[in-house]
Design a protein around this ligand. Structure first.
Ligand SMILES: Nc1ncnc2c1ncn2[C@@H]1O[C@H](COP(=O)(O)OP(=O)(O)OP(=O)(O)O)[C@@H](O)[C@H]1O
Ligand SMILES: [Mg+2]
Length: 351
């Protein structure tokens, strides 16, 4: 079903009045279109609701937000801090990210000094130490945090964001409420992209936005950045423009390749593979696009879909192990074609 089925009334952005290039603008994802309040953050609704309750009632526990890149972790923590502390944000929040020195000395000195600092805050509010990208902190530094977190917890709370929660040592995890963010759904990405198109007056078509959603795989930052790059480069957001900017194999071509495989047409499939290969796409690009196209393909029999995904998975594994040749991909196509053919064709005639 088309992504646009339920949003067909979406207003199309109009072309900018002026034809000036937009190449020198700041990235749209940060800070232009970073949501400032929890209400504006899309996706992960249940978790965001929890944060809203915390923002309303105060008494924020230590929290860890973990999840893949570009889905709103930093944005949520900043919005939560703003909601909790409002005008006291400046003196009540210490924000450290991976670009700051966060070794054991910083924990011993800067973090501890901030935790000990006296700041007058409204009732039920605490100072907040934000440790963004906390998975890059050394184990030693994390160990040094344990005691500080406990000692000063009546005045200071910690909010950590990370991509992999297993990089945070167990004792810190046990002191925190862990919130896991999922990648954003296609619908959520689309909703936000349309809002931005409206604000920036970006002319687009449905295929263009669908292509952005397809290429960004649930990563909002990437979707917004690709939207901006496409608009800057072409002044219009259509599917072809997006795939030129993102430089990924065009799913329409990949779909045609898969269709050949389902019908057992190895020659056609090989020709399409050659086309992609000579266009310079790597084996990983091709195999990951194959996976995404098969996953979303309508009209593919469920049995075939399962088997195709299985074969593509094995090929992906071999490619990652180092065999990223066109022969490997050819082998994959041969196996897919075999699945698409009638089994009787493989029975040798009796002599
Ligand atoms: N859920 C969301 N709703 C709206 N915009 C979002 C959302 N997630 C990300 N964005 C956009 O992407 C930008 C980057 O998001 P953010 O910094 O929160 O990502 P992150 O999850 O912290 O990623 P990383 O793990 O790379 O630090 C934001 O400025 C915003 O423009
Ligand atoms: Mg972040």
């Amino acid at each position: 079903m088309s992504l646009f089925a339920s949003t067909s009334a979406a207003a199309k952005g109009k072309a900018r009045d002026d034809d000036l290039p937009v190449a020198f603008e700041l990235p749209w994802s940060v800070p232009h279109h970073r949501p400032h309040t929890l209400d504006d953050i899309v996706g992960n609704t249940e978790t965001i609701e929890r944060l809203k309750v915390i923002a309303r009632d105060g008494n924020c526990p230590h929290i860890i937000i973990s999840g893949s890149p570009g889905i709103g972790k930093t944005t949520s923590i900043l919005a939560l801090a703003r909601a909790l502390l409002g005008d006291n944000y400046k003196e009540g929040v210490l924000e450290l990210n991976a670009s700051d020195e966060r070794g054991i000395d910083v924990v011993r000195n800067r973090i501890k000094a901030f935790a000990q600092k006296k700041v007058t805050l409204p009732l039920g509010r605490h100072k907040l130490i934000i440790l963004d990208e906390a998975d890059s902190m050394t184990t030693g530094a994390q160990q040094a945090l344990r005691r500080t977190m406990e000692l000063y917890s009546n005045t200071t709370r910690f909010a950590l964001a990370c991509n992999q929660s297993n990089k945070i040592i167990e004792p810190i995890q046990s002191r925190c409420a862990i919130l896991r963010y999922a990648r954003l759904s296609d619908k959520e990405l689309l909703q936000r992209l349309m809002e931005i198109c409206e604000i920036e007056k970006v002319p687009y078509n449905e295929a263009g936005l669908t292509a952005l959603v397809f290429t960004s795989e649930g990563d909002m930052r990437q979707a917004v950045n690709n939207l901006q790059s496409t608009f800057s480069g072409f002044n219009f957001v259509g599917a072809d423009e997006v795939f030129k900017v993102c430089d990924q194999p065009h799913p329409v071509k990949v779909k045609a390749l898969i269709t050949d495989c389902t019908k057992g047409r190895i020659d056609g499939a090989m020709d399409k593979l050659d086309e992609l290969w000579t266009a310079g796409y790597s084996a990983v690009d091709i195999v990951t696009t194959l996976f995404r196209v098969v996953k979303n393909m309508d009209g593919l029999h469920e049995f075939l879909k399962l088997e195709f995904i299985r074969e593509i998975g094995f090929a992906h594994m071999r490619i990652l192990e180092g065999v990223s040749t066109v022969v490997q991909l050819g082998g994959l196509l041969a196996r897919l074609c075999k699945l698409g053919m009638k089994p009787e064709l493989f029975v040798l005639p009796k002599a």
